[in-house]
Design a protein around this ligand. Structure first.
Ligand SMILES: NC(=O)c1ccc[n+]([C@@H]2O[C@H](COP(=O)([O-])OP(=O)(O)OC[C@H]3O[C@@H](n4cnc5c(N)ncnc54)[C@H](OP(=O)(O)O)[C@@H]3O)[C@@H](O)[C@H]2O)c1
Length: 222
């Protein structure tokens, strides 16, 4: 695995690209406005980085990170991601993304939506609950005391294994929440979302997580 493609080069995409080049990966980054608008980020990332269109970044990546506002997920190219591991950092904020009925009703989860859009890819949810600037700040070598952890979810065990190894290289332990449908346990307003927690603490957070409707019911009962 040598090249990581990025669809989205904003707060999270650019930070993950910084981690990737610092660990020896080639990166191909893209955004919605076109490669010309990424020249300063490419210059900062150095000779192992280049900018491209989203389709080119998808084609070039051995693993591809999707880090865009959720409302635009249908714009992620499908064919060039066939067979690939796709890391999904997206979260749902209706103020930004507009209302998505199947998320409002909790009939599905954000990463299941992306997986449905990319039926031939292997989507792994990761890096959705850590603030962008912390990504390059909080990483520590494997075995460090109180090492911060990142939750993953996914339906393909081999893909989750590959993403766990990448997360370890980036400086974090991994906690597996299970299949994509369990990804709600680390969505906004759950205990682990945004917290600087170890693997043990995050496992506890996942177990304690409540659905939005149950949070609302508990709030109303107070
Ligand atoms: N910020 C955080 O700390 C944080 C933490 C965890 C997870 N997240 C989640 O990760 C996702 C990205 O967040 P962010 O803060 O990095 O957003 P951001 O700073 O607004 O960056 C979004 C990036 O996506 C690009 N983009 C938008 N639509 C696209 C499309 N159709 N094709 C290709 N690129 C597209 C944008 O390109 P242009 O600029 O050219 O439009 C921009 O590079 C969101 O779902 C967010 O909820 C964010």
């Amino acid at each position: 695995m040598k090249t990581i493609g990025f669809i989205g080069a904003g707060h999270i995409g650019s930070q993950l690209a910084r981690l990737a080049v610092s660990r020896g990966y080639n990166v191909v980054i893209s955004n919605s406005r076109g490669p010309d608008t990424l020249s300063s980020l490419v210059a900062e990332l150095g000779p192992n980085a280049r900018a491209a269109t989203s389709a080119e970044a998808a084609k070039a990546g051995d693993i591809v990170v999707v880090s865009i506002p959720l409302k635009n997920y249908r714009g992620v190219p499908v064919a060039p991601l066939t067979g690939k591991i796709v890391i999904d950092t997206e979260n749902y904020y209706s103020q930004r993304d507009g209302h998505i009925p199947e998320l409002d009703s909790e009939a599905t989860t954000t990463s299941e939506l992306l997986q449905a859009h990319l039926p031939t890819s292997r989507v792994v949810k990761a890096f959705n609950h850590i603030t962008a600037q912390e990504l390059t700040r909080d990483g520590q070598p494997s075995g460090s005391k109180n090492r911060r952890a990142v939750v993953i979810a996914g339906d393909d065990p081999a893909a989750k294994g590959a993403v766990s190894r990448l997360i370890d290289e980036f400086g974090y332990d991994t906690v597996d929440a299970g299949p994509l449908k369990e990804g709600w346990r680390i969505q906004r307003d759950t205990p682990g979302y945004g917290a600087r927690h170890t693997a043990e603490q995050l496992r506890d957070d996942l177990a304690k997580a409540k659905r939005y409707k149950d949070q609302a019911a508990a709030h109303a009962a107070r």
